[in-house]
Design a protein around this ligand. Sequence first.
Ligand code: AHM
Ligand code: MG
Length: 332
Amino acid sequence: MKTSTALTQFLMEEQRQYPGSSGNFTLLFSELILAAKVISREVNKAGLINLLGATGYKNVQGEEVQKLDEYANDTIVKTMERGGHLHAMASEEIEDIIRIPDDYPKGKYLLLFDPLDGSSNIDVNISVGTIFSILRCEAKAGEKITVDDFLQPGTEQVCSGYVIYGSSTVLVYTTGHGVHGFTLDPSVGEFLLSHENIRIPEKASIYSINEANSRYWYKGTTDYVEKIKAGEDRVTTGRYVGSLVADFHRNLLKGGVFLYPIDRKATKGKLRLLYEANPLAFIAEQAGGAASTGDVRVMDIAPTELHQRTSLIIGSKNDVAEAEKCWQDAQG
Ligand code: AHM
Ligand code: MG
């Protein structure tokens, strides 16, 4: 019988390669896996919750039915705050940083997350996802943690990843040693290794951009998209779900370029640097792809705000480079 490797076993094996490792990171990750399983279960019942919600927004236990992004946020916070591995957290859904309550021990890591990205798609059964990024915390025990502790460039990430709640639930992560994907097997309740050492094709066959924004685009974006459409040297098709994790995951496996550039409407971009762009940029680069704003490598940006937005061009290496060239040429 062929046995599959569970994510927790895989993490332990990775940990054994670093003899000095305390195992704290592996424990932290196990808590994140638990949160992902709970969110996955809830996302899968979303249709049922809506049915129950229609009778007065109470579930069968008589509790208020929460919005799923709020539920996902609370699940991550409550699961992670007790472990003693985190010093603090930051969520795309919460304005300020999330401190670990005084009665719990503090650890040496910071967790940043987008609890349920693309949540406007839930009602129509489109895949959504959780995105996460783990940083080291430089604050010493007893020192008050501030927003500044979170403002680290993407290159400082210890780990990043996402969980996509789709036709199956898949967790993809990197710690800087390649990218691996695990599929949740509901019959055993474990994430099992399904995509070892993912490599993104260097050349894209898919492009993903919200073309309804084309009237607001700057010349560099228009030039690149026109170039794709006129290209005869490759098979290119357009695919845009409007759920970043779903668009990114498909392009990672099949080869593609995703763009959410700054334009005349979203002058700072739409996507968040710390919760969306950096974690996915780390995955893209580790899989042999790239992530750029058009002007600079995403992971080199020195953040100045917790909820900073950014322009994002991410995916297959050659295509990100081509989009960057169009962007820079257009600026003269
Ligand atoms: P959210 O974090 O509020 O869910 O917004 C982010 C989402 C991404 O998942 C997706 O790529 C993008 O917004 C789609 O935006 P648009 O509808 O403007 O194309
Ligand atoms: Mg989001």
